[in-house]
Design a protein around this ligand. Structure first.
Ligand code: IMP
Ligand code: MG
Length: 175
């Protein structure tokens, strides 16, 4: 059990399970992007840990970039996605692999989809460590999903509750 601010969380997904999911995604990316020199685009803050694991397993040439988006307030999504840090690299004609910690409602994805279309990328695919199918209400395809989870609030492995919990190496859910 861990306590973050006012809330208690209990163990939910082990580090081992997370690593197995990451290894599977990495194997696919190594196959599909071997000679494509992709740009990994991580979505801060939550994806930093997932991004690190995916990128260090990629064997070919690649570049790494980040954007920073924000929508959550405590344990609730506000539906209002803001770009806190935009693209600082020309992605025109590039093949982009978007790295997300979790896709929940999909609001963030819709925002990033617009950013990438405007940047005239050649194509992009989405890799997310966690996915909440019951909450997802958009139709942007998500090609690589690590673990599907029920519609519950989780922390750890990069995900936070009001800034805390990102350093936890396994995932916890609200008690
Ligand atoms: P979406 O825009 O609703 O898909 O939410 C995406 C963002 O909300 C994620 O990148 C996370 O930063 C945050 N988020 C969604 N669900 C959770 C959760 O269960 N715990 C912590 N953060 C979450
Ligand atoms: Mg995030």
């Amino acid at each position: 059990m861990v306590k973050l601010h006012d809330l208690e969380f209990e163990p939910f997904i082990s580090e081992e399970k997370i690593m197995i999911a990451i290894t599977e995604i990495s194997a696919t990316l190594n196959r599909e992007y071997a000679d494509k020199k992709p740009v990994f685009l991580g979505v801060l803050n939550g994806s930093f840990m997932f991004a690190s694991e995916i990128i260090k397993r990629f064997n070919g040439d690649c570049e790494v970039s980040f954007v920073k988006m924000g929508s959550y307030d405590g344990t609730e999504t506000t539906g209002n996605v803001r770009t806190l840090l935009g693209l600082n690299q020309d992605l025109k004609g590039r093949q982009v692999i978007l790295l997300e910690d979790i896709v929940d409602t999909g609001n963030t994805l819709v925002e990033i989809d617009q950013i990438l279309k405007k940047a005239e990328v050649k194509d992009y695919k989405v890799a997310t460590l966690f996915f909440k199918p019951e909450a997802y209400s958009k139709n942007i395809p998500i090609q690589y999903k690590g673990l599907e989870i029920p519609n519950e609030f989780i922390v750890g492995f990069g995900l936070d509750y009001d800034g805390l919990g990102r350093n936890l190496t396994q995932v916890y859910k609200r008690k």
